[in-house]
Design a protein around this ligand. Structure first.
Ligand SMILES: *Cc1c(COP(=O)(O)O)cnc(C)c1O
Length: 405
């Protein structure tokens, strides 16, 4: 049996799982289309505006659509938000004030937030403005419900943050069932705590949003799931109206908030949103195919192909630096752009370890496109994401199998 026949054989065993994904793509597409129709999106909404950007009709429609799809009161969706990290930064700076406490309940946050929060010293961090930070680690891949309960009963916490996707850790990502359970516990003890969810890589993986189960804000990137490869950059925040206003005042100007900011990417943002349910479905199928085939070949992967999914990320253990780099090279050489680039160990601004990063993508660093990154430390894990289409992801897997035997 050649490698393509081998992949096809395992692919057949995934047909029920893929059917469930198709069904979820359908439900999320229905949500998106209904929201487009409710706002009557028309060609004139693609036009850009200039100057202050007052009365930017297309921009305002986009933000109402995001709010409607995720069950929020209001939204900020902008191409002058650089990426997910920037969206998280303006969210935290927008809603926290000196002496307030930020509590992460999913352990240490994503690398790029360390200097934002002040976990790593930075003169511009939240810490340097007198904002306190603490974290509670997960236990057995779930929230430490008792510890959370004790802390919020004991002292006033302003913001609780939940990072759903695993980042560069080896824990499981947090599914909506767990988000729902912990949000209920928190709000029963103190309904004024703001629950902020870092939703990067999780959008449209399930058919319900954290805002529909008691959370107050969701935050993410337009160069991941929600951009579907169509957005050159951008980020979004959806949630409570008063909080969105505060965040918009941090992004823009106190007093002017989200009423200013000329837009020039409305068509890309809308097109990305339109494709996002399908593209997230494609990325999930690629992730599950890699998980199934590599696990059958003896690799340690997480999640397993039949485990419930919370995000599009697949973790593959190599336990060996050169094998990890070899895998990244195959992903890079299977990409659409810069396929002849060779992977090097590199320091990335905002990241703790040296990282091998493969992203042969149309949008630089876009990880809804086929990509993988691996921090160069034990146990040498690659985190694989994306592929805009299933077939390009499958081709990359074939290339990898052909390269190893
Ligand atoms: C990718 C990611 C971020 C940062 O988003 P960028 O768009 O890369 O800035 C933050 N949190 C999590 C969990 C992520 O996966």
């Amino acid at each position: 049996m050649n490698n393509l026949e081998l992949i096809n054989k395992y692919e057949l065993e995934l047909s029920n799982i893929f059917k469930n994904i198709d069904n979820n793509v359908f439900l999320n597409s229905q949500k998106v289309l209904n929201a487009f129709h409710a706002e009557n999106i028309s060609e004139s909404d693609f036009a850009s505006t200039t100057g202050y950007g007052f009365n930017d009709v297309g921009r305002d429609k986009i933000e109402r659509i995001y709010a409607s799809i995720f069950g929020g009161e209001d939204a900020l969706v902008r191409s002058n938000i650089i990426s997910g990290t920037h969206a998280l930064t303006i969210t935290l700076f927008g809603i926290l004030r000196p002496n307030d406490e930020l509590l992460y309940i999913t352990g240490t946050p994503y690398d790029t937030l360390h200097e934002v929060i002040g976990i790593k010293e930075n003169y511009s961090s939240l810490k340097s403005f007198g904002i306190k930070y603490n974290k509670i680690d997960l236990i057995n891949n779930d929230f430490d419900y008792n510890k959370i309960k004790n802390i919020i009963s004991e002292r006033k916490i302003k913001v609780i943050a939940i990072q759903r996707s695993k980042g560069y850790s080896t824990r499981n990502s947090i599914n909506m069932e767990k988000v729902k359970k912990v949000a209920k516990l928190i709000k029963e003890i103190d309904k004024d705590i703001i629950i902020m969810v870092d939703n990067c890589y999780c959008e449209f993986v399930e058919n319900i949003s954290p805002l529909e189960v008691g959370c107050d804000l969701i935050v993410g990137s337009l160069i991941k799931n929600m951009g579907a490869g169509m957005c050159d950059n951008g980020g979004y925040i959806v949630g409570k109206k008063d909080l969105i206003w505060l965040i918009s005042e941090r992004l823009n100007v106190p007093g002017e908030g989200k009423e200013v900011g000329p837009s020039n990417k409305n068509k890309d943002i809308l097109k990305g949103l339109y494709f996002a349910p399908l593209v997230v479905g494609n990325a999930l199928k690629v992730s599950i195919l890699f998980s199934k085939v590599l696990n059958e070949l003896g690799y340690v992967v997480s999640p397993k192909y039949d485990e419930e999914r919370a995000d599009i990320v697949l973790q593959i253990e190599f336990n060996n630096k050169s094998k990890l780099i070899e895998f990244c090279n195959i992903i890079q050489s299977s990409g659409a752009v810069d396929s002849n680039a060779l992977i090097e160990e590199n320091d990335m601004p905002g990241y703790e370890d040296k990282i091998a990063m493969a992203s042969g993508s149309f949008v630089s660093g876009s990880s809804i496109e086929l990509s993988c990154d691996g921090p160069l430390k034990e146990p040498f894990i690659a985190y694989l994401q994306g592929s805009l289409t299933y077939e390009y992801g499958k081709l990359a897997l074939l290339n990898y199998l052909n390269s190893i035997k």
